[in-house]
Design a protein around this ligand. Structure first.
Ligand SMILES: Cc1cc2nc3c(=O)[nH]c(=O)nc-3n(C[C@H](O)[C@H](O)[C@H](O)COP(=O)(O)O)c2cc1C
Length: 196
């Protein structure tokens, strides 16, 4: 787990928070963490919008570069409404279990579609928003193993001009719902929500 205190202050100003859930397993550890974050945030003024990628139809980016020529994406799918939610948000929370030291496939497909914002035509729509990452994993977290994951998000956020708040690893959890046996992790999730 990374330090909790490092995020405080950074998060406080966020109002419209968009949570992107990239877990493929329903009611798994990621879902439980997100529920705790929402529970923790209940008395705060934050408005939370949760999008579960597993319930959405999001196609692969086809590299057509329409987003470079026009202010739109050529693909007609659920990403359309998600782009509107992103535009309206002040903070984006990327939640994905670690899969092979990266994100899940559905989260990667979603992130590829954020190429829309990499275009200088559209970057102002995302630039300056806060970003936070939630990452459950079954191994014990150490900086060697999670280096690529951290670097991936650092570069992504730099390129999209997102302001990184923190990356939170929830380690040593494997089975569905196993996080419920780990009070430190549960408290961590609740506190993240409370700090929103
Ligand atoms: C395909 C797959 C790949 C995984 N790769 C990793 C990994 O590289 N490192 C790790 O620590 N855990 C890995 N895990 C374990 C999950 O990150 C862990 O079980 C997590 O708690 C699952 O979250 P969920 O309950 O929300 O699905 C992997 C699990 C699966 C199914």
């Amino acid at each position: 787990m990374l330090g909790l205190h490092a995020i405080q202050g950074g998060i406080k100003l966020a109002k419209n928070i968009l949570i992107i859930n990239g877990a493929t397993r329903k009611n798994g550890n990621t879902d439980i963490i997100i529920n705790k974050i929402i529970e923790g945030s209940i008395n705060e003024k934050a408005k939370i919008n949760l999008i579960e990628l597993r319930n959405k139809k999001i196609n692969d980016c086809i590299g057509c570069y329409t987003c470079y020529e026009k202010n739109k994406c050529s693909i007609n799918d659920d990403m359309k409404e998600i782009l509107v939610s992103i535009n309206r948000s002040d903070m984006i929370i990327f939640a994905s279990p670690i899969y092979w030291w990266g994100v899940t496939g559905i989260m990667k497909i979603f992130i590829d579609r954020l190429y829309f914002y990499y275009s200088s035509r559209n970057k102002n729509l995302i630039s300056g928003k806060k970003a936070l990452v939630i990452a459950p994993m079954n191994m014990k977290q150490d900086n060697y193993k999670t280096k690529i994951f951290i670097e991936f998000f650092n570069i992504l956020f730099d390129n999209l001009e997102l302001v990184k708040i923190n990356i939170f690893f929830f380690d040593n959890i494997s089975e569905k719902g196993e996080i419920l046996n780990n009070p430190d992790h549960i408290e961590q999730a609740y506190t993240i929500g409370k700090d929103l």
